[in-house]
Ligand binder design. Structure first.
Ligand code: UDX
Length: 462
């Protein structure tokens, strides 16, 4: 089938940017992005997009109104589409069987039911949301059981590998596009239709095709491997601190081995983001469901190490500040889970702040992109009371306001602007001794010490 009309269910972090890129690269294809949430659609249609990504606005504006549309009118968009991307959320289940680990597929399921209800022509359904292996067959079952017309459905898996903050360049120049389809003539024909869409800008040899289950599983495995590298280097960061080695030197030394490679070896206060933890827990659940407890334990330890890295950092602060932070002001620089995004999902900063507040510290938070409402919401979600937020949390507009009168300062996100901090000014503003905890090791430790700070950085032995 030659694809002329695409519809996308879900206008979030994945759906919005991916469809904008497809529309920009395929002017002959009409692309409609749908969502139930009116405010989100309004934002996509406005000058202030709901997602901040460098370069995204330009891509959206190049196609919006031409062949890129955002709407809450979902049914007509499905009815008109040759191909439907399912980009709805798959949060971790918070109740019942598999709570805390399994993916909650209710949005996927309702999307499938809606597609079956509305469709009266053949459709290719593409799962882009990260989902447990074998979800495609669940979608296929719902579609066939509810099909009231002659329409046929082919389900493909096409996981998204874009990282936040670099979404536009990742999509423009992807390492690979992965598409899984059924090993039947119809399945292969559907797969070829989607290959042709991507081939508008991605070289063919970077478009990998597999069977459905391999594709679904590869997404979880890619994220699990990436997260495992970070937990591995973070475990070594603790050893470096204890022994006097420097974790950045170790990363550099091992990264030169072409079999290891240099990327994703930066020690940190812990990985965050919407994918890593969720996907690993999903993998753990899958292993358990298939009777593989040893494999499950292996992958669970990646998350355990990450949790330890966050609590270890808080302990370091408390212990260094003479075993109490009660009533002390701690400046927190950075709340996003990484730089160049306003996203805070699973950000290490949330746990660090929660634990500091539990120690009765005053946390003064600055992040260049994360607004106060988000910070308050995140802290409430991890159990900090509204009362504690009112009394112990302040959100300020620049790093110097955070530093003013602070006993200690902690960098939790690697924003570029923190590398350019006016250190003498920060030092002057703080109480003495001025403690500096660099949770991202972004500033040279020697320079901090020379300035007079009592400085500590993740993975740097003294
Ligand atoms: C990740 C995957 O990279 C992407 O392919 C997938 O589609 C979605 O999940 P993302 O969550 O946007 O992307 O962020 P990523 O850049 O991978 O960083 C994840 C976390 O790991 C961040 O908190 C980051 O600060 C941390 N990190 C990353 C490190 O601590 N050290 C590193 O060396 C790299």
């Amino acid at each position: 089938m030659k694809i002329k009309t695409i519809c996308c269910l879900g206008a979030g972090y994945v759906g919005g940017p991916t469809m904008a890129m497809i529309a920009a690269k395929c002017p002959k294809i009409q692309v409609t992005v749908c969502d139930f949430i009116q405010a989100r659609i309004d934002a996509w249609n406005s000058d202030t997009l709901p997602v901040y990504e460098p370069g995204l606005k330009e891509v959206v504006e190049s196609a919006r109104g031409e062949n890129l549309h955002f709407t809450t009118k979902i049914k007509p968009a499905i009815a008109a589409a040759d191909l439907i991307f399912v980009c709805v959320g798959t949060p971790t289940k918070s109740y019942g069987i598999g709570a805390g680990r399994a993916a909650d597929l209710r949005y996927i399921e309702s999307a499938a039911r809606l597609i079956a209800e509305v469709s009266d022509s053949d459709k290719i359904i593409v799962e882009k949301s990260t989902i447990p292996v074998k979800t495609a067959s669940a979608i296929q079952t719902i579609l066939s059981a509810n099909n009231t017309s002659e329409a046929t459905f082919q389900v493909l898996s096409n996981p998204e590998f874009l990282a936040e903050g670099t979404a536009v360049s990742d999509m423009e120049n992807p390492d690979r596009i992965l598409i899984g389809g059924e090993q039947t003539p119809e399945g292969q024909a559907a797969l070829e239709s989607l290959v042709e869409v991507y081939a508008n800008w991605v070289p063919r040899d970077r478009i990998i095709t597999t069977n459905l289950w391999s594709s679904e599983l590869s997404k979880l495995v890619a994220n699990a491997f990436l997260a495992q590298r970070i937990s591995s280097i973070n475990s070594i960061s603790a050893l470096c601190e204890a022994t006097g080695a420097d974790v950045d030197e170790v990363s550099r030394a091992i990264g030169y081995d072409s079999r290891i490679g240099p990327k994703f070896l930066k020690a940190s206060v812990g990985f965050g983001g919407s994918c890593f933890q969720k996907d690993i827990l999903n993998l753990v659940y899958l292993c358990e469901s298939f009777g593989l407890p040893e494999a499950a334990d292996y992958w669970r330890s990646v998350v355990t190490m990450n949790d330890w890295q966050k609590s270890r950092f808080v302990e370091k602060i408390v212990r260094t500040l003479f075993n109490t932070v009660s009533g002390k002001r701690i400046a927190i620089l950075g709340f996003a889970f990484k730089k160049d995004t306003n996203d805070t999902r699973e950000s290490a900063a949330i746990n660090v702040c929660r634990d500091l507040i539990a120690e009765n510290a005053q946390v003064i938070i600055y992040d260049p992109r994360v607004p106060l409402e988000t910070i308050h919401r995140d802290l409430l979600e991890v159990g900090v009371s509204q009362n504690a937020i009112n009394q112990n949390v302040k959100v300020v507009a620049d790093p110097y306001q955070a530093a003013a009168g602070a006993h200690a300062l902690a960098t939790l996100t690697e924003w570029d602007e923190f590398r350019e901090l006016d250190l003498p000014r920060v030092y002057d503003l703080m109480l003495k001794p001025a403690f500096f905890f660099d949770g991202r090791a972004i500033l040279p430790l020697e320079a901090l010490k020379k300035q007079g700070f009592e400085a500590f950085a993740i993975g740097k032995g003294r």
